[in-house]
Design a protein around this ligand. Structure first.
Ligand code: KG4
Ligand code: ZN
Length: 330
């Protein structure tokens, strides 16, 4: 009955989780509020906040799981990709813990983990090969997942990530960072009646920069006519933003299904928490869709522990002199 501690610190969430025999027993996340004042993640502040949070977060994860650290069989941590200062905190902590307890270290790719979290034993498992859509603040990728660690990117963003598009559009409307969840909330009270521009990108790649510019120009123009425009139209603006971003994702996903013939669909990453996207996916009756529970969508350590468990079973262990990797391919 292997017990694995997962540690995630790639961006601005300090997270730890305990996995026992494939089941998540605890999943603790400390969000860093400090970035709200700046409207985006400040890397130096993120690294400092990770340092402050990591021990309490790990302690809490062990205590909620009712596991003593001596019972741990391995420590899985995010090797990359992410902010280097943030990654270094989890990386150094995991290495020290594995050395002091004399247990193996497991290196996990954050983007693979967003998809592999679906293999947590309390939720239904997808079957290989499946199509993965990873949508977060840093990535937008369409991936063919042939086996746990055999993934092929067939489409990705040429500029901003979809989460970034949510966050930047929200910032233009003075919504707090990260704006994705606020847009989701207000969208539910509005109508998608503002025709922001939809990018024309060939193949399976994505682009969100033209959309972002069209939101900016629309708001500038309308604000000149009425300085309370955003306040008066917030719900419709959010609904329109969400509608277009979800349509862009769904259009490419539909194209990928036709191109690959794969109808087993797995989504992951912070934007998979979006209610509009979840609804659009659930409406695709011909597909077998796997949407993570909300606690496994935004950055979390449960996904690191679950991905780590695959490696544990294959004796695929990490080494102490491996450097954190800000860029890392799938
Ligand atoms: O996976 P994640 O926690 O971190 C990265 O790896 O980037 O994703 C964070 C992103 C942010 O852009 C945030 O605005 C977005 O996920 N997000 C949402 C929702 N919840 C989080 N976007 C739209 N609707 C949501 N409900
Ligand atoms: Zn992520």
């Amino acid at each position: 009955m292997p017990v694995i501690l997962g540690i995630e610190s790639s961006c601005d969430d300090t997270a730890a989780a305990v996995l026992v025999d494939g089941h998540i027993y605890s999943n603790i996340i400390a969000n860093q509020k400090v970035h709200k004042h700046y409207g985006g993640v400040v890397p130096e502040l993120a690294a400092r906040a990770h340092l402050k949070n990591i021990i309490p977060v790990v302690d809490q994860a062990l205590s909620i799981a009712n596991i003593d650290k001596k019972e741990l069989n391995a420590v899985a941590y995010t090797l990359g990709p992410g902010l280097i200062g943030s990654l270094l905190v989890g990386n150094s902590f995991a290495k020290s813990l594995s050395m002091s307890l004399g247990i193996p270290l497991i290196e996990v790719n954050h983007m693979q983990a967003h998809l592999l979290v679906h293999f947590e034993k309390s939720i239904p498992d997808p079957t290989f090969p499946f199509l993965g859509l990873t949508v977060s603040g840093g990535h937008t990728q369409l991936v063919i997942v042939k086996s746990p660690f055999e993934m092929e990117i067939i489409g990705q963003t040429l500029d901003d990530a979809v989460g970034e598009a949510f966050d930047k559009a929200g910032k233009m409307m003075d919504l707090p960072y990260p704006a994705g969840p606020y847009i989701d909330k207000y969208a539910q009270k509005g109508e998608p009646n503002i025709p922001f521009s939809i990018p024309k990108v060939p193949g399976l790649d994505f682009s969100f920069s033209g959309f972002k510019t069209s939101v900016l120009y629309h708001l500038k123009k309308q604000n000149q006519l009425d300085k309370d425009y955003i306040k008066k139209n917030r719900n419709d603006l959010c609904s329109s933003i969400q509608h277009i971003l979800v349509s862009i994702l769904m259009e490419k996903l539909e194209k990928a299904v036709i191109q690959t013939g794969i109808q087993e669909i797995v989504v992951g990453g912070g934007v998979s928490a979006n209610s509009g996207l979840r609804q659009a996916l659930n409406e695709m009756k011909d597909w077998n869709v796997f949407i993570p529970p909300l606690s496994f969508t935004t950055d979390n350590a449960a996904m690191i522990a679950v991905a780590g468990y695959f490696k544990y079973q294959n004796n695929n262990f990490g080494v102490l002199d491996r450097q954190a990797q800000s860029r890392m391919s799938l």
